[in-house]
Ligand binder design. Structure first.
Ligand SMILES: NC(=O)c1ccc[n+]([C@@H]2O[C@H](COP(=O)([O-])OP(=O)(O)OC[C@H]3O[C@@H](n4cnc5c(N)ncnc54)[C@H](O)[C@@H]3O)[C@@H](O)[C@H]2O)c1
Length: 269
């Protein structure tokens, strides 16, 4: 049973939001989504959001006084809505982590959270091991490298598709090499993991990134390797994509659920 005092609103209602909503309803977490904020031009069909409050304007959502807002939409949504929510004292979780590669947006969000005396939480998303990076960095990290390997279809609509025929690839092909700031800007819908690794570790400029299209894989692969005073660390995930969006890993939606449950928990592990 959902607790009525936990008023959760989502920003956006795409593949991730729908997966989260269904998963929360199946779970015994005792929390459920009650409202959705989407600009009128992105509004989902009424049948998809039956039973949910629908807001087009962030001021109306603020007036509804959510206890927690979860952004599952886009970089623009973070920029357009999240500073207002934080300034109004509303705790907010974001999943479009790549947006934080924009230093001025990052600074605005930090100030807004301080003014509103509330918290912005960045989910771990499709990756793990961020706790190791966060812990290890205080002793010094000499190298953090991220490699993302996805099926060619996951790179449709990105700069890689302008440079090569993704459907004709016969072997794993490097489509980008650079740092996390460049990756987040060039591949905004695919580089959220890159941003999470950068934020937890050595920052956007010092995190090296390689992105590959692999016709031989059906999963979204992520590898993080780090070396520092603590020792060394390597983690690799093979994530199942969401059926509705091959760019998005199911684990990313699950990480939002976990962040929501943690938010309301008395004991946090
Ligand atoms: N952190 C991670 O590991 C991770 C992993 C995968 C995806 N993501 C990010 O999560 C977000 C959602 O992913 P998805 O798979 O649900 O995408 P999606 O395209 O399926 O859905 C996005 C939804 O947001 C809505 N939207 C777009 N711009 C908006 C705006 N300005 N305001 C409000 N709503 C807006 C769209 O109408 C759509 O309904 C994307 O930004 C994606 O890049 C993060």
């Amino acid at each position: 049973m959902a607790d009525e005092s936990k008023r959760i609103a989502l920003i956006g209602y795409g593949a991730m939001a729908r997966s989260l909503q269904a998963s929360l309803l199946r779970s015994e977490a005792g929390v459920a989504v009650a409202a959705v904020l989407v600009p009128a031009e992105f509004a989902p069909p009424a049948s998809e959001i039956a039973g949910l409050e629908l807001f087009h304007d962030v001021a109306d959502l603020v007036a509804w006084r959510p206890s927690l807002v979860v952004e599952c939409a886009s970089h623009d949504a973070v920029r357009d809505f999240v500073p207002t929510l934080l300034r109004n004292g509303i705790d907010t979780i974001i999943v479009s982590t790549g947006s934080l590669a924009d230093k001025s947006l990052f600074d605005d969000l930090e100030v807004a959270a301080k003014v509103g005396r509330c918290r912005l939480t960045v989910v771990s998303g499709a990756i793990g091991g961020l706790d190791v990076l966060r812990s290890a960095r205080s002793a010094g990290l000499s190298k953090v490298a991220y490699t993302g390997i996805k099926p060619p279809i996951a790179w449709a609509g990105t700069p890689a598709a302008d440079r090569m025929d993704l459907t004709a690839l016969l072997e794993p092909t490097v489509i980008f090499e650079g740092n996390a700031r460049q990756a987040a800007q060039l591949y905004p819908k695919n580089a959220n993991v890159t941003a999470a690794v950068a934020l937890a570790g050595v920052g956007f400029d010092a995190t090296s990134v390689a992105l590959l299209a692999d016709p031989g894989t059906a999963t979204n692969g992520h590898r993080v390797e780090a070396t520092g005073a603590f020792g060394s660390f390597s983690i690799e995930l093979q994530n199942q994509p969401l059926p509705d969006n091959p760019k998005t890993s199911w684990l990313a939606a699950l990480s939002i659920q976990e962040a929501i449950v943690r938010h309301f928990s008395s004991v946090v592990v």
